[in-house]
Design a protein around this ligand. Structure first.
Ligand code: SF4
Length: 486
């Protein structure tokens, strides 16, 4: 590499793909906000990589993508080879390229961050979309079938990642999901302006082409007993996710006009037609709610994570007159992606930091009229390093609202049919698995207290990112392969 090439990052700024114009985004356009690079743009961005020897970006990426290597392949226009390399570490690279909070992961660790990090996520999306559109598919022609079969429960990111790695190890993966489409929260929870659902449908085609089988619309424990899976399969993987939403126990949360985030996002996705690539209503989602008309309304969203950002940006697209996000800590302590916060601000969302909700107020007809909040100051850091929010006495005020959306996060639950098989969980609903988030208890990584049952993703660690679920699904599949092949 010449000196001129090494320093081209000084001349070529960081750029993102073109975005849908703001006036469309704020007037109800639900299409994916970011477009895609053309080859020269992808090559310019890839060419900014310093190939710095110690690629912090790869270390910070939860699946440890070979980022400098595939950036080099893009520069050489070897897109299909780059796609093959992407798939060696990540079975859902086009989705992670779209939804990962890159500013907290790969791009946040880029040596060039101060000058403008390489747009890693956008290049990843470019590589995989381009290769798949050209007809490239993962090549499993050298894989020897082992004759082993594994049932994967849950077609979210952990389950899909597990199925991919099992297929690459010659193990037949059969995926069960209670919904009619794959993707879990990628299908139902993430709005289409971040991830269009045709992308999820295309991934199903790719996985089926690798030999993965899907049994959709089948709920384990209701339509099919777990015992039957244990009899018919060599192992079972549970990637059942975290769907139980946290309500915070606020007084007034049952008032008319107060909505939990997940049913709001799911129901809204149905109504705007973003959740089914064929335009059909999503079958199987029984937790439907009546959505209030948000046009011209004042909407307050409680919570500062990525789900909160999905809610505020959805409310803008639904025509709300004023959308406010109230968060109990300051901006630096917000769990949501900085890029999502910036996009929300640009779309007109107002942020109120250091405001903790105390109760939700209603009128005589039980219609919400606002949220009583108290101001906070930051205290000592908690075990995750985030500073606690300490209420300031006498600083109460009312945030007026016609609609309040509660976005305090999700948690998993251990279903009864799992407990009946001796699979243990924690008091807060996480499945206990060896070597994972809860530490090693003499079991293989991600093996539960039942030797034939493995688990990973949100069901084990609690609600987290798509890419962390992918990483755990892959690692669990490696454990399963190790057990079955030894
Ligand atoms: Fe970055 Fe996520 Fe891609 Fe890893 S998977 S390189 S963190 S966008």
């Amino acid at each position: 590499m010449s000196r001129k090439q090494v320093f081209q990052f000084l001349d070529l700024p960081r750029t993102m793909p073109q975005r849908i114009p703001l006036e469309l985004r704020t007037s109800g356009d639900w299409g994916e906000m970011y477009g895609r690079f053309a080859l020269p743009e992808a090559q310019h961005q890839a060419g900014r990589c310093l190939d710095c020897g110690n690629p912090y970006c790869s270390w910070k990426c939860p699946v440890h993508n070979a980022i400098p290597q595939w950036l080099q392949l893009v520069q050489e226009n070897r897109i299909e080879e780059a796609a093959a390399l992407c798939h060696t570490t990540n079975p859902l690279p086009e989705m992670c390229g779209r939804v990962c909070p890159q500013d907290r992961l790969c791009e946040g660790a880029c040596t060039l961050e101060e000058f403008g990090a390489v747009t890693i996520g956008a290049v990843e999306k470019y590589i995989v979309d381009t290769a798949l559109e050209k007809g490239w598919r993962p090549d499993l022609s050298e894989v020897q079938a082992t004759g082993k079969r594994v049932a994967v429960v849950g077609a979210g990111p952990a389950g899909l990642a597990c199925a991919d790695v099992l297929a690459r190890n010659g193990i037949q993966a059969v995926v069960f999901d209670r919904y009619e489409q794959i993707g879990g929260l990628m299908q139902f929870g993430i709005p289409s302006f971040k991830l269009e659902k045709s992308i999820v449908a295309r991934r199903r085609d790719v996985l089926e082409g690798m030999g993965v089988q899907f049994h959709l619309g089948v709920e384990i424990g209701r339509d099919l007993p777990l015992e039957q899976l244990l009899e018919e399969y060599d192992a079972v993987f549970l990637g059942t996710g975290a769907y139980r939403y946290t309500d915070g126990g606020l007084q007034g949360q049952d008032l008319k006009g107060v909505l939990p985030a997940l049913p709001f996002l799911v129901q809204n996705g149905r109504i705007v037609g973003g959740n089914d690539p064929w335009g059909r209503p999503i079958a199987g989602w029984e937790d439907t709610i009546a959505l209030p008309d948000m046009a011209g309304k004042r909407v307050v969203v409680l919570g500062g994570g990525d789900t909160g950002m999905d809610c505020v940006r959805s409310a803008i697209r639904l025509g709300a007159a004023k959308v406010t996000c109230a968060y109990r800590r300051d901006e630096a302590n917000m769990p949501g992606s900085a890029r999502e916060v910036a996009n929300a601000r640009e779309e007109g969302v107002r942020f109120l930091f250091n405001r903790q909700p105390v109760l939700i107020e209603g009128d005589a007809d039980d219609q919400v009229i606002g949220v009583q909040v108290v101001e906070t100051r930051l205290g000592e850091p908690d075990e995750r390093g985030r500073q606690s929010a300490v209420p300031i006495e006498g600083s109460h005020s009312l945030l007026e609202a016609d609609v309040v959306i509660i976005a305090f996060g999700f948690s998993p639950t251990v279903p009864d049919w799992l407990a009946a098989q001796g699979v243990e969980g924690t008091p807060n609903g996480r499945i206990i698995a060896g070597g994972g988030a809860l530490g090693d208890n003499g079991r293989l990584p991600f093996q539960t207290t039942h030797p034939k049952i493995f688990a990973g993703g949100d069901a084990v660690r609690g609600a987290d990112l798509v890419v962390t679920a992918v990483a755990e699904g892959r690692d669990a599949a490696s454990s399963i392969a190790l057990m079955l092949n030894s």
